[in-house]
Design a protein around this ligand. Structure first.
Ligand SMILES: *[C@@H]1O[C@H](CO)[C@@H](O)[C@H](O)[C@H]1NC(C)=O
Length: 291
């Protein structure tokens, strides 16, 4: 009665937020609010098959349009860094228009391996992604595995079972997130990674550097959902972002720059295919505002 306590919600929020600011960094691949650009997916997973032209890779695999005369760099091969990312992600896109979770997560594991050496910003990002991948994997292999084979199946089941959070209200304990919410956070992280890689691979000499481009991607995809404190921390972290050359070298060691760039563009294209389909499925499920 003596001391007027501030309202409980902001207080609790603060108590959590400040000490967890670092943690927050990790959480923040959030929300591509402006990226909900999907038409033609009103209902049913089938509608989530991209209606755009097939990606370069699909064309190559079907042996049609693109005839790669030059030898493919090793990094796109089965043992290559990018090849190991592309393969499971591509395999996650099933013919029914859904996303197979086990493949999707396998793709994520490879993506994390690739992104980890890229300095603090990615270390933060991938640290959190790692937790989320692990949490989803636990469901995919858990007692309810039957409901966690694909994204659409998971969303439908979690909805039926009343496991979905209310929009904008996170669970007290983030490890208790529904699978759908965890998938949404990973989904945003994927968008960020994709934009960042694509921009780095296509950036021009004398144009913005890799750090700037990835920071732009951050600003587009994640920043709108972050507290200012976190945005400042992220801004600082981007100062130590590796240059384009180093990034290309990590992606495609020992490969000429042009070939390395093309390879990274391809990997980013695969991520975009996966992103687009996931986006469509999450939008259909009305889940984009879940976190
Ligand atoms: C992803 O969706 C966007 C928006 O609908 C579209 O412009 C883009 O071409 C799609 N990308 C791929 C790889 O299909």
């Amino acid at each position: 009665m003596g001391v007027a306590l501030p309202p409980q919600v902001p207080r609790r929020w603060f108590r959590r937020t400040i000490p967890l600011a670092i943690f927050a960094l990790l959480l923040f691949y959030l929300c591509a609010r402006s990226l909900r650009a999907l038409s033609g997916c009103s209902s049913g997973a089938l509608f989530c098959i991209a209606d755009g032209p097939p990606s370069l890779q699909v064309q190559q695999e079907s042996g049609s349009l693109e005839a790669p005369e030059r030898e493919e760099p090793q990094c796109l091969g089965p043992q290559g860094m990018l090849g190991r990312i592309i393969k499971p992600f591509r395999a996650s896109l099933n013919p029914e228009g859904d996303v197979e979770l086990s493949q999707y997560l396998a793709g994520w594991r490879e993506l994390i391996k690739f992104l980890t050496p890229f300095g603090s910003i990615f270390a933060f990002a991938t640290g959190e992604a790692f937790t989320k991948v692990t949490a989803l994997e636990a469901r995919v292999h858990g007692p309810e595995a039957a409901h966690y084979k694909s994204l659409a199946a998971m969303v439908a089941w979690e909805r039926r079972a009343g496991l979905l959070e209310l929009p904008g209200i996170g669970p007290r304990d983030s490890t208790r997130s529904s699978g759908s919410r965890t998938a949404l956070l990973l989904h945003r992280a994927l968008r960020w990674s994709q934009l960042c890689l694509h921009r780095v691979a296509t950036g021009t000499l004398g144009g913005p550097g890799a750090g700037e481009q990835c920071h732009d991607a951050y600003n587009t995809v994640l920043a709108p959902h972050h507290h200012w404190l976190v945005r400042q921390a992220v801004r600082l972290a981007f100062l130590s972002f590796p240059g384009r050359g180093r990034l290309l070298e990590l992606a495609c060691p020992g490969t000429r720059e042009e070939a390395a760039r093309a390879a990274v563009v391809r990997a980013a294209g695969t991520l975009e295919d996966v992103y687009n389909r996931t986006q469509c499925l999450l939008a259909e499920g009305g889940l984009l505002q879940l976190a």
